[in-house]
Design a protein. Sequence first.
Length: 338
Amino acid sequence: MANEAVAIPYKTRGPWALAFVKLRRNRGAMASLVLFLLIVASCLSAPLYARWAGVDPFASTLDAVIQIDGAEVPVMEQSTEGLGLGYTPIGPTWRLGTYFLGADSQGRDVMARLLYGGLNSLMIAAAATIFTLIFGTAAGLIAGYFGGLVDTVLSRFLDVLWAFPIYLLAISLSIVTIAQGISIGPIVIESGSLWLPIIIIGIVYVPYVARPIRGQVLSLRRSEFVLAAINLGVPGRRILWRDILPNITTTLIVFVPLMMALNMLTESALSFLSIGVQPPAASWGTIIQDGQALLYTRPAVALAPGIVIALSVMALNVFGDGLRDALDPRSKVQLGRD
C-alpha cells in the first residue's frame, strides 16, 4: 500500500495545538498582535531611519535648515504670536525623512526620537516583565509549596509591597536611586542607566504575579499526583520543576502581554516625571514631557507618542485577552476541522 498522509483526528491534537487554533481564529487578537509587531518593527528601524533622514535625534539643531519644495526652511521658525519673541519649531511636513512630525523645542526630529524612544520604552517594558515573572514566579512557587514559616514571611513581604500604591512606590524608589544609582557590592548601576527603571518597575509588580501563582501552587500542592510524588520521596526541587511549574506555564504566558502593557504605562509615567529614562536618552514618556510646552503650537510632539502608547497598550491587552481565552481549557469556543 502506497504511503499516504494519514489525517489525524481533530480530537487527538494536543492542548497547545488546540490553543493555537483558538488563538488563530480570534481575529481581534491576531489583528492586535499584527499591530503591535508593526510598532516593534518600526522602532527597531530607528537607526536606519535616522541615518536615512540624516538627523541626530539626541543633539540640538537650533540653526538647522531643511529643503522643502526647493526652498530653504529653518527648523526653528520666528514666533508669530504676541510680540514675536522667541522661536517655534517647525511643524509636521508629512514627508518621511524630512521632519515628518516636525521638531521639538531643541530642533530635534520628532519622528526619529519617537522611534528611538519606542525602542527604549519597549526594551524597558520587556526586561521589566521578565524580571517580574522570574522573581514573582520564584516567590509564588516557594511560598505555595513549602508553606509554614516560609510562606508566612514571603506573604507578609508581598503584602507590604502590595499595600503601596504602584506609582507612589515606583516614584519613591526612583527618587531614591536616580541621584546616586545602585551600588551593591561589586554590582554598580549608574544613575543614567536604563537598568534603574527596569529594576524599579520589575520590583513593584512582583506581588501582582506572585500572589496568583502562590494560589495555584497551593491548589496543586494538594493534588493527587503531587501528593504521590511526595510520598515516593521525590525531592521538592524536582517536584517544583517537573510537576508544578509546567502546570502554571499557561498562567505565566498570559501574564506576558498584560505585564508588558502595565510596565509600558509605568515607564512612560516615570519618564514624564523625569525620574525614568534620563537625557540624552529618550522614551515615549520623555517625548511627551518635551511636547508639553508646545501643546498649543506644535501638538504633534506630545500627541504622537501618546497615540503610540495607547495603540501599544490596547493591542497588548486585546491580545492578552485572546491568549487567555485560547489557553483556557474551559473555553466554550467550538472548533471544527481545518
